[in-house]
Design a protein around this ligand. Structure first.
Ligand code: NDP
Length: 452
């Protein structure tokens, strides 16, 4: 059944995409399983060369992919160019992996013992709508480098760039069945990835509820699973920080991608002694965020992805919400939501505890370092976070004490392809990216050779 793909900035239909049914998903998985036997046998240097060629072809199409993402996802053109470039960089980074997948030689009596890193088989990558290109790349690149074949399900709302990426892979010379993009519903295609025995691992990014469902389903066949789930990250601002820099950057730490970012620093915690001063600096910074046509180079924030997401986000800002101040949005069609700062808020407020996934941030005061750590950790999530202080010892103490997978000091950086990314607690399981990600797409085989 075909589904309309809507531009969230204009509400216009930009494409119609055929949804794969369960039989179609099974056929894609069967083809990927057949391709696995020959793909794993490709010599390491040749597999690396093919991935580098894929990276080069993506590089030649950065602008096309970026424009397509702007149309489909409403991402600002600046962000979309970065996202397409990230796919290229991740492919190039993991193209070096096939020739470096060394095992170990372990001293034993009576012979030689060696280990091998064996690919798993077919890997199913389930991608959400918030970062269609990078999240696809983080799963598919290390999986392919390790010798697996990949079936990839984009989100129903945002399939266009993934479909194009599949075509570019073939253009680069990847054999049929090595990377197959399977557009369709999570409840149909995603379910087949979980249930089909030929899929040996699932890489899932999305909501915690669906992630738990995926994990339960994978348990049935002891299928490997990596989960990147939600977040409610803290941006901790100490009185000894460069307050002007902390306030100027705080909006971008949460409102980037209209807040539809699992790493959004959606709880700002400010040391009480500088709370008022921080708020007076934050207000102009929030009002200065350029929310506009995402095709413009100057745009800093676009619309939300859908009417449904708009309604979800709006439910956190009812008429009696404690709105401290808000930014502006364009008039006319599109799922626009103004950057919104809520304060004061109670610790048990829904807006403080739940992932909003929109441009809404809460601000809470704290008394001292211990209080800041307590509030930061008072969450089911633990994905990301920032610490603003000029005191190096404090920065390290707090970074070690916050239960979170990715912290940045005096910045809001979360993701680099060369460093590990993933969550503590209900934010996820396993790590993506960085030097070790390929290992998560292999099983260790131990072989003993008798010298007797
Ligand atoms: P979902 O978790 O439903 O979607 C993520 C992906 O999982 C999509 O590709 C979806 O397919 C797929 N999926 C859905 N149901 C199943 C299933 N039964 N089996 C296998 N795959 C499935 O996220 P939503 O789009 O519903 O967003 C809801 C909330 O989740 C957001 O508001 C946000 O809080 C959070 N979220 C977090 C993300 C993150 O990066 N951590 C990313 C996205 C959402 P399809 O949509 O095509 O049906």
């Amino acid at each position: 059944m075909p589904t309309d793909v809507v531009n969230p900035a204009t509400e216009e239909v930009v494409a119609t995409v055929e949804q794969t049914d369960a039989a179609g998903a099974d056929a894609a998985i069967t083809q990927a399983a057949a391709a696995f036997e020959s793909w794993r046998a490709v010599a390491p240097a040749d597999r690396g060369r093919l991935l580098r060629r894929f990276a080069d072809v993506v590089d030649e199409h950065i602008e096309e992919l970026a424009q397509l993402e702007v149309q489909n996802s409403g991402h600002t053109i600046g962000n979309a160019r970065w996202e397409a470039g990230n796919v290229r960089d991740v492919l190039a980074y993991y193209s070096a992996a096939p020739e470096r997948m060394s095992g170990r030689q372990i001293p034993v009596a009576g012979g030689i013992d060696v280990t091998f890193k064996e690919p798993l088989g077919v890997v199913g990558v389930i991608v959400p709508w918030n970062f269609p290109l990078p999240i696809a790349g983080w799963g598919l690149a290390p999986a392919l480098a390790a010798g697996n074949t990949v079936v990839l399900k984009p989100a129903e709302l945002t399939p266009l760039t993934a479909i194009r990426l599949g075509a570019l892979a073939r253009e680069a010379g990847l054999p049929d069945g090595v990377l197959t993009v399977v557009p369709g519903k999570g409840s149909v295609v995603g379910e087949r990835f979980i249930q089909h025995p030929a899929v040996r691992k699932i890489v899932f990014t999305g909501s915690t509820a669906v992630g738990q469902h995926v994990m339960r389903g994978c348990a049935e066949q002891v299928k490997r699973v990596t989960l990147e789930l939600g977040g409610k990250s803290a941006n901790i601002v100490f009185a000894d920080s460069d307050l002007a820099a902390a306030a100027a950057t705080a909006p971008y730490g949460v409102f980037d991608n209209a807040g539809q970012d699992c790493c959004a620093r959606s709880r700002i915690l400010v040391e009480r002694s500088v709370y008022d001063e921080f708020m007076s600096l934050l207000e102009p910074a929030v009002q200065g965020v350029r929310v506009e046509d995402p095709r413009l180079d100057s745009a800093e924030m676009g619309p939300l992805i859908s009417r449904g997401q708009w309604e979800t986000v709006a439910s956190y800002v009812p008429d009696d919400a404690p709105v401290a101040f808000r930014g502006k949005v364009p008039e006319g069609p599109g799922f626009w939501f103004a950057p919104t700062v809520l304060a004061p808020v109670a610790e048990d407020d829904r807006a403080v505890r739940e992932e909003i996934f929109g441009p809404v941030v809460t601000v809470q005061p704290f008394a001292d370092e211990g209080d800041a750590i307590r509030i930061a950790n008072d969450s089911d999530y633990g994905l990301s976070g920032s610490i603003w202080t000029q005191n190096l010892g404090r920065a390290l103490r707090v970074a070690r004490a916050v239960d979170s997978g990715n912290l940045s000091v005096n910045s809001h950086s979360s993701v680099r392809y060369s460093t590990p990314f993933g969550g503590f607690k209900r934010s996820g399981l396993g790590r993506e990216l960085g030097p070790d990600a390929v290992d998560a797409f292999t099983d260790t085989k131990n072989v003993f050779i008798s010298t007797a």
